[in-house]
Design a protein around this ligand. Sequence first.
Ligand SMILES: Nc1ccn([C@@H]2O[C@H](COP(=O)(O)O)[C@@H](O)[C@H]2O)c(=O)n1
Ligand SMILES: C[C@@]1(CO)OP(=O)(O)OP(=O)(O)OC[C@H]1O
Length: 162
Amino acid sequence: MSGLPFRIGHGFDAHRIEPGEGVSLGGVFIACDWRIIAHSDGDVLIHALCDALLGAIAGGDIGKLFPDNDPQFKGIDSRKLLAVVMERVRAAGYAPANADLTLIAEVPRVAKHVPAMREALGTVMGLGLDAINVKATTNETMGHIGRREGIAAHAVVLLAKV
Ligand SMILES: Nc1ccn([C@@H]2O[C@H](COP(=O)(O)O)[C@@H](O)[C@H]2O)c(=O)n1
Ligand SMILES: C[C@@]1(CO)OP(=O)(O)OP(=O)(O)OC[C@H]1O
């Protein structure tokens, strides 16, 4: 890879939602009246984070690494996908400096679960709580997210050469 000491990456993901028993977001299961429609557990926050990490190392995207028609990824806990992506980051000679994630969702409300999400993500990434931020916003009832048809997430990461 280039000799630059820092690399930056951005990721985005979206999934449809429907009435259900709960959602996995940021590596945390939240019992609620919704479920995420996906091949994996549908954790949009982790998927956006994986794409940001892969983006930073010019490593393609999550769908290339884990095809959504491969039965081995059906229902998979996205923390396992994040662990594989982190191996790629380390193999490229980088370590995450910090990560900033934004969930855009009318439902469920996640604020009280944010500390657990930061803990879960930090554990897989080897990052302290001071280096990982998770925030949420609604779409103020506008569009498909506002109509509760789906949710989305953005992630930005900075990697430092080790
Ligand atoms: N799914 C969500 C969305 C938002 N929150 C929290 O509500 C606050 C207000 O949201 P706005 O849409 O007015 O930005 C926001 O600060 C979040 O903490 C949430 O918990 N879950
Ligand atoms: C995560 C994978 C795993 O097969 O499938 P999905 O859960 O459908 O999620 P998506 O955000 O479309 O990313 C593609 C796949 O890598």
